[in-house]
Design a protein around this ligand. Sequence first.
Ligand code: PEP
Length: 253
Amino acid sequence: MSARRPFVAANWKMNKTIEETEAFLGDFLPRVAGVEGTEIVICPPYLALKSVVETCVQSRVEVAAQNMHQEAEGAFTGEVSAPMLRELGVGWVVLGHSERRTYFCETDDALAEKLPAALDAGLGPILCVGETESQREAGATEDVLRRQVEIDLAAVPDERLSDVVIAYEPVWAIGTGRTATAEQAEQAIGFIRALVASRSAEAAAAIRVVYGGSVKPDNARELLERDEIDGGLVGGASLDPEGFAAIVAAAGP
Ligand code: PEP
Protein backbone atom coordinates (compact mmCIF):
# COMPACT_ATOMS: atom_id res chain seq x y z
CA MET A 1 0.00 0.00 0.00
CA SER A 2 1.48 3.35 -1.01
CA ALA A 3 1.81 6.25 1.45
CA ARG A 4 0.26 8.63 -1.05
CA ARG A 5 -3.24 9.83 -0.19
CA PRO A 6 -5.83 8.44 -2.67
CA PHE A 7 -7.33 11.13 -4.92
CA VAL A 8 -10.70 10.69 -6.63
CA ALA A 9 -12.20 13.43 -8.79
CA ALA A 10 -15.56 13.71 -10.55
CA ASN A 11 -15.29 15.36 -13.96
CA TRP A 12 -18.83 16.36 -14.79
CA LYS A 13 -17.92 17.90 -18.16
CA MET A 14 -20.88 19.96 -19.47
CA ASN A 15 -23.45 18.26 -17.26
CA LYS A 16 -25.73 19.38 -14.42
CA THR A 17 -27.46 22.71 -13.81
CA ILE A 18 -27.02 24.39 -10.44
CA GLU A 19 -30.29 22.83 -9.31
CA GLU A 20 -29.16 19.36 -10.40
CA THR A 21 -25.82 19.96 -8.71
CA GLU A 22 -27.48 20.75 -5.39
CA ALA A 23 -29.64 17.62 -5.68
CA PHE A 24 -26.50 15.54 -6.31
CA LEU A 25 -24.68 16.99 -3.30
CA GLY A 26 -27.70 16.49 -1.05
CA ASP A 27 -27.47 12.78 -1.79
CA PHE A 28 -23.68 12.41 -2.15
CA LEU A 29 -22.27 14.33 0.84
CA PRO A 30 -23.92 12.14 3.52
CA ARG A 31 -22.66 9.04 1.68
CA VAL A 32 -19.01 10.19 1.97
CA ALA A 33 -19.25 11.94 5.35
CA GLY A 34 -17.28 9.16 7.04
CA VAL A 35 -14.53 8.95 4.42
CA GLU A 36 -11.27 10.18 5.93
CA GLY A 37 -8.28 8.96 3.98
CA THR A 38 -9.32 9.79 0.43
CA GLU A 39 -9.25 13.24 -1.15
CA ILE A 40 -12.54 13.79 -3.00
CA VAL A 41 -12.89 16.50 -5.65
CA ILE A 42 -15.92 17.58 -7.70
CA CYS A 43 -15.31 19.35 -11.04
CA PRO A 44 -18.64 20.94 -12.07
CA PRO A 45 -19.19 23.40 -14.93
CA TYR A 46 -18.00 26.94 -14.11
CA LEU A 47 -21.46 28.25 -13.34
CA ALA A 48 -21.99 25.77 -10.51
CA LEU A 49 -18.56 26.32 -8.89
CA LYS A 50 -19.71 28.90 -6.36
CA SER A 51 -22.65 26.84 -5.25
CA VAL A 52 -20.53 23.66 -4.91
CA VAL A 53 -17.87 25.54 -2.91
CA GLU A 54 -20.54 26.91 -0.55
CA THR A 55 -22.32 23.58 -0.12
CA CYS A 56 -19.12 21.60 0.41
CA VAL A 57 -17.50 24.03 2.83
CA GLN A 58 -18.51 21.99 5.88
CA SER A 59 -17.45 18.72 4.27
CA ARG A 60 -14.09 17.31 3.19
CA VAL A 61 -15.10 17.48 -0.45
CA GLU A 62 -13.02 19.88 -2.55
CA VAL A 63 -13.80 21.66 -5.80
CA ALA A 64 -12.06 21.92 -9.18
CA ALA A 65 -12.66 23.89 -12.36
CA GLN A 66 -12.42 22.05 -15.67
CA ASN A 67 -10.05 24.52 -17.35
CA MET A 68 -8.58 28.03 -17.04
CA HIS A 69 -6.60 30.53 -19.11
CA GLN A 70 -2.89 30.97 -18.49
CA GLU A 71 -3.06 34.75 -18.13
CA ALA A 72 -4.40 36.34 -14.94
CA GLU A 73 -6.53 38.87 -16.86
CA GLY A 74 -6.88 40.46 -20.28
CA ALA A 75 -8.67 40.46 -23.61
CA PHE A 76 -9.54 36.76 -23.78
CA THR A 77 -13.30 36.67 -24.36
CA GLY A 78 -15.01 33.67 -22.81
CA GLU A 79 -12.08 32.65 -20.61
CA VAL A 80 -11.56 32.58 -16.83
CA SER A 81 -8.29 32.89 -14.93
CA ALA A 82 -6.68 31.17 -11.97
CA PRO A 83 -7.09 34.18 -9.59
CA MET A 84 -10.80 34.31 -10.49
CA LEU A 85 -11.17 30.65 -9.55
CA ARG A 86 -9.27 31.17 -6.30
CA GLU A 87 -11.56 34.08 -5.42
CA LEU A 88 -14.47 31.63 -5.56
CA GLY A 89 -12.73 29.23 -3.19
CA VAL A 90 -11.89 26.68 -5.89
CA GLY A 91 -8.87 24.54 -4.95
CA TRP A 92 -8.08 22.57 -8.09
CA VAL A 93 -8.20 22.84 -11.87
CA VAL A 94 -8.28 20.14 -14.55
CA LEU A 95 -5.79 20.97 -17.31
CA GLY A 96 -5.23 19.29 -20.65
CA HIS A 97 -8.27 17.03 -20.65
CA SER A 98 -8.37 15.15 -23.95
CA GLU A 99 -11.70 16.77 -24.85
CA ARG A 100 -10.03 20.17 -24.56
CA ARG A 101 -7.04 18.94 -26.54
CA THR A 102 -9.28 17.42 -29.25
CA TYR A 103 -12.20 19.86 -29.56
CA PHE A 104 -10.73 23.15 -28.30
CA CYS A 105 -7.17 23.07 -29.67
CA GLU A 106 -5.49 22.87 -26.25
CA THR A 107 -1.76 22.61 -26.88
CA ASP A 108 1.14 21.40 -24.77
CA ASP A 109 2.73 24.83 -25.17
CA ALA A 110 -0.33 26.49 -23.61
CA LEU A 111 -0.33 23.87 -20.86
CA ALA A 112 3.31 24.66 -20.12
CA GLU A 113 2.08 28.15 -19.20
CA LYS A 114 -1.13 27.05 -17.49
CA LEU A 115 0.55 24.69 -14.99
CA PRO A 116 2.79 27.33 -13.32
CA ALA A 117 0.00 29.93 -13.54
CA ALA A 118 -2.32 27.60 -11.63
CA LEU A 119 0.29 26.81 -8.97
CA ASP A 120 1.28 30.47 -8.55
CA ALA A 121 -2.37 31.36 -7.93
CA GLY A 122 -2.74 28.60 -5.33
CA LEU A 123 -4.62 26.05 -7.44
CA GLY A 124 -3.68 22.37 -7.59
CA PRO A 125 -3.46 21.31 -11.25
CA ILE A 126 -4.91 17.96 -12.32
CA LEU A 127 -2.95 17.38 -15.52
CA CYS A 128 -4.48 14.91 -17.99
CA VAL A 129 -2.23 12.98 -20.34
CA GLY A 130 -2.84 9.95 -22.52
CA GLU A 131 -2.52 8.38 -25.93
CA THR A 132 -5.13 7.82 -28.64
CA GLU A 133 -6.00 4.35 -29.87
CA SER A 134 -3.97 4.75 -33.06
CA GLN A 135 -0.97 5.99 -31.08
CA ARG A 136 -1.20 2.91 -28.82
CA GLU A 137 -1.53 0.60 -31.82
CA ALA A 138 1.49 2.24 -33.40
CA GLY A 139 3.51 1.55 -30.23
CA ALA A 140 3.80 5.29 -29.53
CA THR A 141 2.21 5.39 -26.07
CA GLU A 142 5.46 6.12 -24.21
CA ASP A 143 6.53 8.77 -26.75
CA VAL A 144 3.18 10.56 -26.36
CA LEU A 145 3.30 10.42 -22.56
CA ARG A 146 6.92 11.57 -22.52
CA ARG A 147 6.17 14.56 -24.76
CA GLN A 148 3.10 15.60 -22.76
CA VAL A 149 4.71 15.19 -19.34
CA GLU A 150 7.99 16.86 -20.33
CA ILE A 151 6.43 19.89 -22.05
CA ASP A 152 3.43 20.42 -19.77
CA LEU A 153 5.51 20.29 -16.59
CA ALA A 154 8.59 22.03 -18.00
CA ALA A 155 8.01 25.31 -16.14
CA VAL A 156 6.98 23.69 -12.84
CA PRO A 157 9.92 23.79 -10.40
CA ASP A 158 11.01 20.39 -9.08
CA GLU A 159 9.93 21.27 -5.55
CA ARG A 160 6.36 21.94 -6.76
CA LEU A 161 5.94 18.83 -8.90
CA SER A 162 4.26 16.90 -6.11
CA ASP A 163 1.55 19.60 -5.88
CA VAL A 164 0.35 18.40 -9.29
CA VAL A 165 -1.92 15.39 -9.75
CA ILE A 166 -1.38 13.63 -13.08
CA ALA A 167 -4.32 11.75 -14.57
CA TYR A 168 -3.34 9.03 -17.03
CA GLU A 169 -6.35 8.97 -19.33
CA PRO A 170 -5.97 6.85 -22.46
CA VAL A 171 -8.18 8.68 -24.97
CA TRP A 172 -9.64 5.39 -26.25
CA ALA A 173 -11.03 4.65 -22.78
CA ILE A 174 -12.73 8.00 -22.13
CA GLY A 175 -16.50 7.80 -22.35
CA THR A 176 -16.28 4.62 -24.40
CA GLY A 177 -17.01 1.99 -21.77
CA ARG A 178 -13.60 0.45 -22.65
CA THR A 179 -11.37 0.49 -19.60
CA ALA A 180 -7.63 -0.01 -19.64
CA THR A 181 -6.72 -3.20 -17.83
CA ALA A 182 -5.17 -2.69 -14.42
CA GLU A 183 -1.87 -3.90 -15.95
CA GLN A 184 -2.03 -1.36 -18.79
CA ALA A 185 -2.90 1.46 -16.40
CA GLU A 186 -0.19 0.46 -13.93
CA GLN A 187 2.41 0.20 -16.67
CA ALA A 188 1.61 3.66 -18.10
CA ILE A 189 1.46 5.21 -14.64
CA GLY A 190 4.78 3.61 -13.71
CA PHE A 191 6.26 5.13 -16.86
CA ILE A 192 4.85 8.57 -15.95
CA ARG A 193 6.31 8.25 -12.46
CA ALA A 194 9.69 7.36 -13.96
CA LEU A 195 9.52 10.51 -16.11
CA VAL A 196 8.96 12.56 -12.96
CA ALA A 197 11.79 10.66 -11.25
CA SER A 198 14.17 11.72 -14.01
CA ARG A 199 13.68 15.24 -12.63
CA SER A 200 13.29 14.49 -8.90
CA ALA A 201 13.17 11.15 -7.09
CA GLU A 202 11.51 12.83 -4.14
CA ALA A 203 8.75 14.31 -6.31
CA ALA A 204 8.20 10.96 -8.05
CA ALA A 205 7.65 9.24 -4.71
CA ALA A 206 5.14 11.87 -3.61
CA ILE A 207 3.24 12.85 -6.77
CA ARG A 208 -0.18 11.29 -7.22
CA VAL A 209 -0.81 9.68 -10.60
CA VAL A 210 -4.40 8.53 -11.06
CA TYR A 211 -6.24 6.63 -13.79
CA GLY A 212 -9.20 7.88 -15.84
CA GLY A 213 -11.23 6.17 -18.55
CA SER A 214 -14.58 4.49 -18.01
CA VAL A 215 -14.04 3.87 -14.29
CA LYS A 216 -17.29 2.44 -12.90
CA PRO A 217 -18.38 1.10 -9.51
CA ASP A 218 -17.89 -2.46 -10.75
CA ASN A 219 -14.33 -2.03 -12.07
CA ALA A 220 -13.05 0.61 -9.64
CA ARG A 221 -11.59 -1.68 -6.98
CA GLU A 222 -9.62 -3.78 -9.44
CA LEU A 223 -7.96 -0.61 -10.78
CA LEU A 224 -7.66 1.48 -7.65
CA GLU A 225 -6.28 -1.25 -5.39
CA ARG A 226 -3.08 -1.29 -7.47
CA ASP A 227 -0.12 0.28 -5.68
CA GLU A 228 0.90 2.48 -8.61
CA ILE A 229 -2.64 3.84 -9.19
CA ASP A 230 -3.28 6.64 -6.70
CA GLY A 231 -6.96 7.16 -7.49
CA GLY A 232 -9.24 8.02 -10.36
CA LEU A 233 -10.60 10.80 -12.55
CA VAL A 234 -14.16 9.75 -13.25
CA GLY A 235 -16.46 11.15 -15.93
CA GLY A 236 -19.79 9.49 -16.70
CA ALA A 237 -20.01 7.37 -13.56
CA SER A 238 -19.49 10.42 -11.34
CA LEU A 239 -22.83 11.91 -12.32
CA ASP A 240 -24.66 9.45 -10.09
CA PRO A 241 -24.17 10.07 -6.33
CA GLU A 242 -24.48 6.44 -5.32
CA GLY A 243 -22.13 5.22 -8.04
CA PHE A 244 -19.54 7.91 -7.39
CA ALA A 245 -19.65 7.24 -3.64
CA ALA A 246 -19.01 3.55 -4.41
CA ILE A 247 -15.95 4.51 -6.50
CA VAL A 248 -14.68 6.74 -3.65
CA ALA A 249 -15.09 3.79 -1.29
CA ALA A 250 -13.16 1.55 -3.68
CA ALA A 251 -10.18 3.93 -3.56
CA GLY A 252 -9.90 3.65 0.20
CA PRO A 253 -8.26 0.94 2.27
C1 PEP B 1 -13.02 11.90 -18.02
O1 PEP B 1 -13.84 12.69 -18.46
O2 PEP B 1 -11.96 12.33 -17.56
C2 PEP B 1 -13.35 10.47 -18.02
C3 PEP B 1 -12.43 9.63 -17.60
O3 PEP B 1 -14.58 10.13 -18.49
P1 PEP B 1 -15.27 8.67 -18.37
O4 PEP B 1 -15.10 8.20 -16.95
O5 PEP B 1 -16.71 8.91 -18.72
O6 PEP B 1 -14.57 7.78 -19.32
